[in-house]
Design a protein around this ligand. Sequence first.
Ligand SMILES: [Ca+2]
Ligand SMILES: [Ca+2]
Length: 182
Amino acid sequence: MRRFFSARLNLNGGLSRFSLKFRAGFTLIEMLMVMAVIGILASIIMFQLYRAKESARLVKALGDVNQIRKAIVLLENDANEWPGHYPVDQVGTGASGNEVWDLGAPAAGLIATDGNYNNWSGPYISAIMNDPWNNAYFFDPDYDIDPGAGERWAAVVGSFGPDGIGQNQYGGDDIIEAIIAK
Ligand SMILES: [Ca+2]
Ligand SMILES: [Ca+2]
């Protein structure tokens, strides 16, 4: 009788030790799973946040490019010239050297004049900030708007886009608005 009782005690002790070990192991797995889920959720949220910020930047750049194009049309109406004293409605090809990389400069004629624009009555835009990727907006009278399918040249206002490249590179991520296209 005593032996039987003591055997039961051992059995119970063994079971409870086993269940304690099991509970501890399971809790660790649970914690790891929770941490993994939190990690996945955090990376999804970060990615969505990045995408939201990037699309806000794109919208801002599109708006800026549109405003600058309107300012160029106003300059054209008064002075019959485009920025850099470029003849209106002429579209060139390639890296002509007629590109204006600093649209805030007096020679661009949008904010100030260099004194050589006829009938200048600007400023035609209050300020020209850098694009959301901190590069200057540009005017390019010979910009390839279809670099993937050969060439199609246009006079454009633009931003180099998220990649930040570059002068006469005509990249697919560029944000541009054509004034006229060939
Ligand atoms: Ca060009
Ligand atoms: Ca680019």
